[in-house]
Design a protein around this ligand. Structure first.
Ligand code: TYD
Length: 141
């Protein structure tokens, strides 16, 4: 499984840091929605779903957390602990977010508006979806 982590360019000076993200330049899709999670309880895992079409970039802009990605064949855990790092999450990818530090703010840039019909929330259904849609294309990676 190929993990794509973007390292954004911080514009730092003696005042501090600033990161700017533009669609199709720093982010590989049109950004239609932004949401973020904070005050995540200790020991909480959230996510537990995949999307049929949606693409996302996850940025832990404060604190830290971990993301488990699962393409139906392979799982990987990716720590997010820098405000200038973004994890690309493609469609047809099961994700779980966990190990949030108490101060974590996990921001998500999404390619589509919120649409419950795009969600796959049942893991067995996800595995069937991946098989039916040729999800093992990058099997050797
Ligand atoms: P939920 O899908 O449970 O979050 P997770 O990514 O952890 O699975 O979303 C929590 C609530 O927020 C749920 O009631 C749906 C709502 N929500 C929106 O209204 N818009 C959004 O863009 C998102 C991501 C969630």
């Amino acid at each position: 499984m190929q993990v794509i982590k973007y390292v954004f360019q911080p514009h730092g000076d003696d005042r501090g840091q600033l990161v700017a993200l533009e669609e199709f330049k720093d982010i590989p899709f049109r950004i239609k929605r932004v949401y973020y999670m904070y005050d995540t309880g200790a020991g909480v895992t959230r996510g537990y779903h995949a999307h049929r079409s949606l693409e996302q970039i996850l940025i832990c802009i404060h604190g830290s957390c971990k993301i488990r990605l699962d393409n139906g064949r392979e799982k990987k855990v990716i720590p997010l602990e820098k405000p200038y790092e973004g994890l690309y999450v493609s469609n047809a990818m099961w994700r779980e977010m966990f190990d949030f530090s108490p101060d974590a703010v996990l921001m998500v840039l999404a390619s589509e508006l919120y649409d419950e019909r795009d969600y796959i929330r049942d893991y067995d259904e996800f595995l069937k979806y991946v098989k039916a849609n040729g999800g093992d294309a990058d099997a050797e990676e």
